[in-house]
Design a protein around this ligand. Structure first.
Ligand SMILES: Cc1ncc(COP(=O)(O)O)c(C=O)c1O
Length: 438
């Protein structure tokens, strides 16, 4: 038996008195932390640049509303995300619609809704957008996503420099620039360089922006010979955030001076020629703004180990494990409303699992935890991004967590709770007949 567990407080944990009122399982999002994150990111980026919020991180309507109020624009990858962005009050004209494979139907739906900015990943994608925009008699603008020659350095997830569905290889564009030159109804107006995600060091971020700017300069010259005037540079992002473990928002304050110097060096005329610089972020803006509350269902010993079974598994917080980035769960005991939970001794190498009937539903094989009892409530910090919406929510049919929203800037506010419902709907016979579906 070891010393009592250290009290570790994640940056944005809502007060225990609030958490203890919310039934488990539940995600709890704090709008005040979303505002703080947005302010921190804005302060780290050049003042005249734009910020897109990537809805894939979390499309909860309350978070979207706050990010719209803060001045972020929406980056969406599906008709569902588009609906969420429009529902949150963003005008369609502000939307950037990206993603490496788009159905005709979703492009048509987006164009009909008024979306005009698309990220495209290949000559086929430009032609597809041109064809549909022509049919609807509208003009769309596109950013060509680039898969650069080398992967980005740093600890995150590289999305360039390897064979990928994302973007067109730099060398391909240099060899066949005419194929990328835009079309009458799908004008090429910019480049989209998203190199990697979850970079924790400003140095690593600056390194990728430096590389992106150099690539953009080369492509700009070559594409100009084919009548393309690039006036938007989406430099992506990759701004890191802690996930499912204690930790604070990453300090990006060193970024602004470095980025401004880079832009002045690589694009000295950007103010005169009106080049717009934009960035994208998901996890930095919302990651630290959410926690998952989950209860302990069972505790036992098995083959010499303490085993803790939680009511949440990969069905509630599973996306990253699906991407082979299994987060070591580092849950913390939530004190009761009076904050008087007695200290408990540590258990050093507990097996922590979810409740699903598969051994894959394992969070950690060696978790350091306070000794737990059934009924204890745990809080998993920093899961505001890639939490519920990135999980295997239909697997095994357990109830989904509630989503509760609080606003730390308005202490009197009552948590607002909602729950996603999964239901099967009957597809009309006509749609099913070709598949033989009854
Ligand atoms: C094009 C693009 N933009 C934005 C994001 C959001 O990334 P993050 O949540 O790490 O900021 C991603 C993530 O994969 C992406 O591919």
């Amino acid at each position: 038996m070891s010393a009592p567990a250290e009290a570790v407080t994640p940056a944005a944990q809502p007060p225990p008195g609030v958490l203890s009122q919310i039934p488990t399982p539940a995600y709890v999002y704090d709008l005040a932390e979303v505002r703080r994150n947005h302010r921190a990111l804005r302060a780290a980026l050049p003042a005249d640049s734009g910020v897109y919020y990537s809805l894939k991180a979390n499309a909860h309507p309350s978070l979207l509303r706050v990010l719209r109020e803060q001045g972020a624009s929406p980056e969406v990858c599906s008709s569902g995300e588009l609906e969420a962005a429009l529902g949150a009050g963003w005008p369609a004209a502000e939307v950037l619609y990206s993603g490496p494979g788009k159905r005709d139907q979703e492009i048509e739906q987006a164009l009909r809704a008024g979306v005009r900015h698309f990220s495209v990943d290949s000559p086929h994608a430009i032609e597809q957008l041109d064809r549909i925009a022509r049919r609807l008699d509208v003009r769309a603008q596109c950013l060509l996503r680039i898969n650069d020659d080398q992967p980005v350095r740093g600890q995150g997830l590289a999305m360039t420099g390897v064979a990928s569905q994302f973007g067109a290889d730099t060398q391909w564009v240099l060899q066949e620039p005419a194929r990328f030159a835009g079309r009458p109804h799908a004008e090429l107006v910019g480049l989209h360089l998203y190199m990697g995600t979850n970079l924790a060091e400003p140095e690593a971020l600056l390194g990728q922006f430096d590389r992106s700017l150099r690539t953009a300069k080369t492509l700009r010259t070559v594409l100009a010979e084919h009548g393309v005037r690039l006036r938007v540079l989406d430099l992506g992002g990759g701004f890191g955030a802690p996930f499912a473990s204690a930790g604070e928002r990453i300090d990006l304050s060193a970024l602004r001076p470095g980025l401004t110097a880079l832009l002045d060096e690589e694009l000295p005329d950007r103010h005169d020629d009106g080049t717009r610089i934009v960035f994208e972020s998901g996890r930095y803006l919302v990651g630290t703004a959410g926690v998952l509350l989950t209860s302990v269902l069972d505790v036992k010993r098995s083959h010499g180990k303490d085993v803790v079974v939680l009511e949440s598994g990969i069905n509630h917080l599973g996306g990253m494990s699906g991407m082979r980035r299994l987060p070591p769960l580092n849950p913390q005991l939530v004190p009761d409303a009076t904050g008087s939970a007695a200290p408990r001794p540590d258990v050093l190498d507990a097996l922590v699992t979810g409740p699903l009937c598969t051994p894959l539903d394992t969070w950690s094989r060696a978790a350091k935890l306070p000794a737990l009892r059934p009924g204890d409530v745990l809080v998993v910090p920093n899961v505001g991004a890639y939490g519920l919406s990135a999980s295997l929510i239909a697997f095994l049919g357990h109830p989904l967590p509630l989503e509760a929203v609080i606003d730390g800037d308005d202490p009197g506010s009552v948590p607002e709770t909602t729950r996603i419902h999964l239901t099967r709907t009957t597809v009309p016979a006509e749609a099913g007949t070709t598949l033989g579906v009854k």
